[in-house]
Design a protein around this ligand. Structure first.
Ligand code: ADP
Ligand code: NI
Length: 226
């Protein structure tokens, strides 16, 4: 069997599988998010020739299936079951599983787990889609989908110390910028990722300044300063 065609058909099949799983998502984790993350990841890969692009693409496609916000614990089982059906070596399956289940941000004060270069690429690619214009749009979409307030003068942003705290927080959308989005530029792993994050970060700062100008609202000081 021709490996190239085989891998390509596995990627196509995986995209369809993911599309079906995420079809009811309106919180910024739909198939379009996945496709953008795959594209970011491929762009990063162009500058990192040693990376295994098949593993990168597969993990990028599957990374939100295991997300706590979407399917909870069921997601991990689902990825395992799906990977088990594929005709690829076990070490590749394990690596795709590891990356897809570990890319997630888990709180400002929670250290990222260590990942291979392929994992670092997927993590950066996902983080890029959390910042810039698209990051802003997704964050407000998420806030609306979860019925959160956009801002509230009485609530300060919080740096979460554990994944449990981060996962259970019901903060405002503007606070999420301080709790996660503005921190990401310093939490990128690859050089191309770091470079791509700079412009997106600046755009968020400009957005927030304009937002404060128009609304007269100012984010209260952080409870825990960095
Ligand atoms: P990851 O993609 O690393 O799993 P998150 O679970 O933090 O990251 O969330 C992904 C995206 O969902 C965020 O970048 C943001 O757009 C949105 N989001 C998550 N939590 C919130 C929140 N509390 N308020 C607004 N948007 C949120
Ligand atoms: Ni994602």
């Amino acid at each position: 069997m021709n490996t190239f065609i085989d891998k390509k058909s596995i990627l196509n099949k995986t995209e369809l599988f993911v599309k079906k799983q995420l079809k009811n998502d309106y919180s910024g984790h739909d198939i379009d998010h996945i496709i953008r993350v795959v594209k970011n990841a491929k762009d990063i890969c162009k500058e990192i020739p040693k990376a295994n692009t098949f593993i990168v693409e597969m993990a990028a496609l599957l990374h939100d299936i295991a997300d706590h916000k979407l399917l909870g614990d069921k997601g991990e089982k689902l990825i395992k079951k799906y990977l088990d059906l594929l005709n690829i070596p076990n070490n590749e399956k394990n690596e795709i599983f590891n990356i897809a289940t570990q890319v997630s941000f888990k709180g400002a004060n929670v250290e990222d787990s260590k990942l291979s270069i392929e994992g670092q690429i997927v993590r950066d690619a996902d983080r890029l889609d959390a910042i810039g214009a698209i990051g802003i749009a997704r964050t407000f979409a998420f806030g609306g989908a979860k019925k959160r307030k956009m801002y509230n003068e009485k609530e300060s942003p919080v740096f979460h110390n554990s994944f449990e705290e981060y996962k259970n927080n019901k903060g405002t959308t503007i606070n999420h910028f301080y709790e996660k989005l503005l921190l990401l530029k310093d939490k990128m792993y690859t050089l191309p990722g770091k470079e791509m994050a700079k412009k997106r970060h600046q755009f968020m700062i400009a957005f927030l300044n304009q937002f404060y100008d128009e609304t007269g609202y100012k984010t209260p000081k952080m409870k825990t300063d960095l």
